[in-house]
Design a protein around this ligand. Structure first.
Ligand SMILES: Nc1ncnc2c1ncn2[C@@H]1O[C@H](COP(=O)(O)OP(=O)(O)OP(=O)(O)O)[C@@H](O)[C@H]1O
Ligand SMILES: [Mg+2]
Length: 186
């Protein structure tokens, strides 16, 4: 049996438009603590738009309507920074790594939320990330911009994990990755 305390995220009747184009129409989802929810749809169906609406990272022309609650709190007025501080994390489709920084520095930046909150052992999460993705440890001094597609993907996921998020949203998590790595990520 689930209670409302178990609901990490609820989206009710969300619609998002870019100018006159409606990209998401009347979407509702619920995510329970400890669960994995998958959103499936063809190209242009609005999956990325849904995730960006939840994260508050839509482009300027994007407009959302509807109700999004995170841990029971309505978050429409929250800036992205506040959503991150509260434990939400999105690995965007375009990955958006810091290309001119090393792998390790990208990961450490991912831990900034914990650092700022004074979590003393925040750096130790990097060992768990390296255990999950040994390739990142091998390449830790390499610049992110020179990584292969799959390695960039690992780095983007690893950086998100560094924040020890409560809600981790992955846009196209298996894109360009070998099946074995996909299984490890899940
Ligand atoms: N900045 C934007 N301005 C105008 N239209 C946009 C913008 N971003 C996305 N769209 C449109 O919104 C619709 C939904 O796009 P979205 O990227 O959310 O789809 P998707 O389900 O993630 O697709 P894919 O599987 O190809 O990644 C598409 O028709 C797209 O062209
Ligand atoms: Mg997409």
């Amino acid at each position: 049996m689930s209670t409302s305390n178990d609901i990490v995220l609820s989206v009710e009747h969300l619609s998002t438009r870019y100018g006159k184009v409606t990209a998401v129409a009347d979407a509702s989802i619920r995510v329970q603590k400890g669960s994995i929810v998958t959103v499936i749809g063809g190209n242009g169906a609005g999956k990325s738009t849904l995730l960006n609406s939840i994260m508050g990272s839509l482009p300027l022309i994007g407009r959302s309507q509807g109700k999004i609650c995170y841990e029971g709190k309505e978050l429409s007025s929250w800036e992205v920074e506040r959503r991150v501080a509260a434990g939400m994390s999105l690995v965007p489709e375009r990955r958006e790594l810091f290309s001119s920084m090393t792998v390790e520095d990208n990961l450490l930046l991912g831990g900034f939320r914990l650092y700022r909150q004074g979590v003393s052992n925040w750096r130790s999460t990097i060992d768990e990330v390296y255990e999950l993705f040994p390739r990142l440890q091998e390449r830790r001094q390499q610049l992110a911009g020179t990584l292969s597609g799959g390695e960039r993907q690992m780095l983007a996921v690893g950086r998100a994990l560094m924040a020890r998020p409560t809600l981790l949203m992955l846009d196209e998590p298996s894109l360009g990755l070998a099946p074995r790595i996909v299984r490890e990520i899940f």
